[in-house]
Design a protein around this ligand. Structure first.
Ligand code: SAH
Length: 244
């Protein structure tokens, strides 16, 4: 059944007056009629079946609640050294499918892309749409939050119980234990940090180590900047959901 994230201001008691974007999707893409049913995810994360009672004005009536649990049981923040735009969009979509909760883009010393906070903000609407659609498609109950572009100096704002930076030099030096070890501890939140195409500058790693962020390897091969966060999220998902 098609899923829609609903904004707070669309909800009226047991009814929803659907927003324009979702309304168009229901009419033009799905070609729904009165009586058809959809799944709506409310801002609280609760999910319900709603029936379309007036497709022309976009009015839906609440039916039954669904007891869904599709979220990872730990809060995951991805801090990501901005790669080229199309790669960033790919990571937004795939990281959402893999369960990320918050994405914090930052411009690192070796970021190839030239941008600034203002230019980044202009693209935010498009990025939000990618996050929303990926969340609907992957049965998420919350849409990951995209933070404004930051610099490495703001990193302390986004730390968690566990904090790891994927560092290519750790891999080259043969350190392959830190990531797996960290995931064995008890934690409620985790921050993973990944560099752009050019990797991390040593001074950036030194700055992170001062914040007790642990450099770790992702195995024996060097992954592309867009592969690394997806590998890390897959491993986190595996340990939290499949390994029990
Ligand atoms: N150009 C660099 C590689 C950058 S890879 C070089 O040739 O050395 C981009 C980012 O992905 C890195 O900064 C790191 O965060 C992550 N990454 C990729 N492969 C990794 C690995 N094997 N171990 C740890 N981090 C890795």
């Amino acid at each position: 059944m098609q899923r829609y994230f609903i904004d707070e201001n669309c909800i009226q008691d047991n009814y929803i007056m659907i927003d324009d974007y979702n309304h168009k999707h229901m009419q033009r893409v799905m070609r729904y009629h009165n009586g058809d049913q959809v799944v709506c995810i409310l801002p609280s994360g609760k999910t319900y079946i709603y029936e379309i009672i007036d497709i022309v004005i976009g009015k839906l009536q609440q039916k039954e609640e669904l007891n869904e649990a599709h979220e990872l049981d730990v809060f995951v923040t991805l801090v990501y050294g901005l790669p080229k735009n199309d790669k960033f969009e790919l990571v937004l979509q795939k990281a959402t499918e893999l369960g990320v909760h918050r994405i914090v883009p930052f411009l690192s010393k070796r970021s190839i892309i030239k941008t600034d906070a203002k230019t980044f903000t202009k693209k935010t609407e498009r990025y939000q749409r990618i996050l929303k659609e990926a969340s609907e498609q992957s049965y998420r109950q919350v849409i990951p939050e995209l933070m404004p572009l930051m610099t490495i100096n703001d990193l302390s704002l986004y730390l968690s119980d566990i904090n790891l930076v994927a560092y290519e030099e750790s891999s080259k030096q043969g350190e392959h234990a830190h990531f797996a070890q960290a995931l064995l501890s008890t934690y409620q939140s985790i921050t993973i940090i990944v560099g752009p195409e050019g990797g991390f500058d040593e001074s950036e790693i030194a700055q992170m180590e001062k914040l007790d962020i642990v450099p770790c390897s992702l195995g024996k091969r060097i992954l592309r900047s867009e592969t690394a966060p997806l590998y890390m999220l897959s491993v986190i998902g595996y340990t939290r959901e499949l390994m029990k």
